[in-house]
Ligand binder design. Structure first.
Ligand code: ATP
Length: 320
């Protein structure tokens, strides 16, 4: 390949800029040209494509979000959309493409690979919900942001002897909730993989902890499990313990990436370029057992991931 395209797709995540920068600079280092595709697959179909130089990515490694912008694009789910996308790549001389995003974005990349565009996926999502990899771009920044915010809520929760429900992101995957559950010493963690919607268990646990002399009760709730504010009202009515809900929301997606997100995103972006330069296509970059590696997209999309059971057990063991 002589020209490599790069796009970000799906939800944004801190560290995407570090990955874009690495793609641009490693490609140039390898003697290739680079084109940036703006607004994900939507921008591809609208030909929002510009040449990128090494200078275009100056001062971006420390910035959250994505300088290329991101979007969801329903037209790209159709065969016509995918064919048009491949034609536009060819028209612009893009022979290799790096797609930074989640599983949905990889499904799009897989279609382009099938249409003759050499395509590599790089895992970018704060949720860590990509089965082939133990690391995804943005997760580390998100958990550090959430952890700091939960610390602050905990201080006031203790002072007022309240119960606090803190809602973190992760509609389909409870990794942020589990990590913060351990990092913040939560009394309860509600994750989609485990939650059985039995509020009575929560109520019993709050009452038990009060008897043990605990001054606060922190419940970390993954987004999508019930409605935190009304759950707080029901818990307060049942326990007599003042209960408040805090929804952290989009603050978890943004902000300057942590060192880990900058370094791993840089490594993955560079690795994706090296795969393209080696003539590879239909691959996803991953991190497993301490190494950067790659998988066939078809196999990666078929893999399943479960919440680590031992971490879950320890989180509860440490909350006594
Ligand atoms: P996140 O983890 O943030 O949800 P994602 O990459 O999984 O990231 P999606 O919204 O699922 O986010 O997908 C992003 C875009 O990828 C979609 O808007 C669509 O354009 C494209 N896409 C998703 N699924 C497919 C598919 N099966 N075939 C072709 N394109 C797809």
């Amino acid at each position: 390949v002589n020209t490599i395209g790069v796009l970000t797709s799906g939800g944004d995540a801190s560290g995407m800029n570090a990955a874009i920068r690495a793609v641009v600079r490693k490609a140039i280092y390898n003697g290739k040209k680079v084109k940036g595709i703006y607004r994900g697959y939507s921008g591809l179909l609208n030909e929002e494509i510009r040449d990128l130089t090494a200078r275009d990515v100056s001062d971006t490694i420390s910035r959250g979000g994505t300088i290329l912008g991101t979007a969801r694009c329903s037209e790209f789910r159709t065969e016509e959309g995918q064919k048009l996308g491949a034609e536009i790549c060819r028209k612009h001389g893009i022979e290799g493409l790096v797609v930074i995003g989640g599983d949905g974005s990889f499904a799009g990349a897989q279609k382009l690979a099938g249409l003759g565009i050499n395509t590599i996926g790089v895992p970018g999502t704060i949720d860590l919900d990509i089965a082939c990899t133990e690391y995804t771009i943005g997760f580390d920044t998100a958990i550090n942001t959430a952890m700091e915010a939960i610390d602050k809520v905990r201080d006031t929760s203790t002072s007022h002897e309240r119960c606090s429900i803190i809602e973190v992101m992760g509609r389909q995957a409870g990794y942020i909730a589990l990590y913060c559950g351990i990092a913040n010493g939560a009394e309860d963690i509600l994750v989609p993989e485990k939650y059985d919607f039995d509020e009575q268990k929560l109520i019993n646990n709050i009452l038990k902890n009060r008897k043990r002399g605990k001054k606060h009760h922190i419940i970390i709730n993954a987004e999508g499990i019930g409605h935190s504010t009304s759950m707080a009202r029901r818990i307060e009515a049942a326990t007599g313990v003042e209960t408040r809900a805090t929804i952290l929301g989009h603050m978890q997606r943004g902000g300057s990436p942590t060192c880990k997100d900058r370094v791993y995103a840089s490594m993955m972006g560079a690795y994706a370029v090296d795969l393209l330069c080696a003539g590879k296509t239909n691959r996803v970059v991953g991190y497993r057992h301490g190494d950067f590696t790659d998988f066939d997209i078809d196999e990666a999309l078929a893999m399943q991931k479960e919440l680590p059971e031992y971490m879950w057990e320890v989180a509860y063991a440490l909350s006594v």
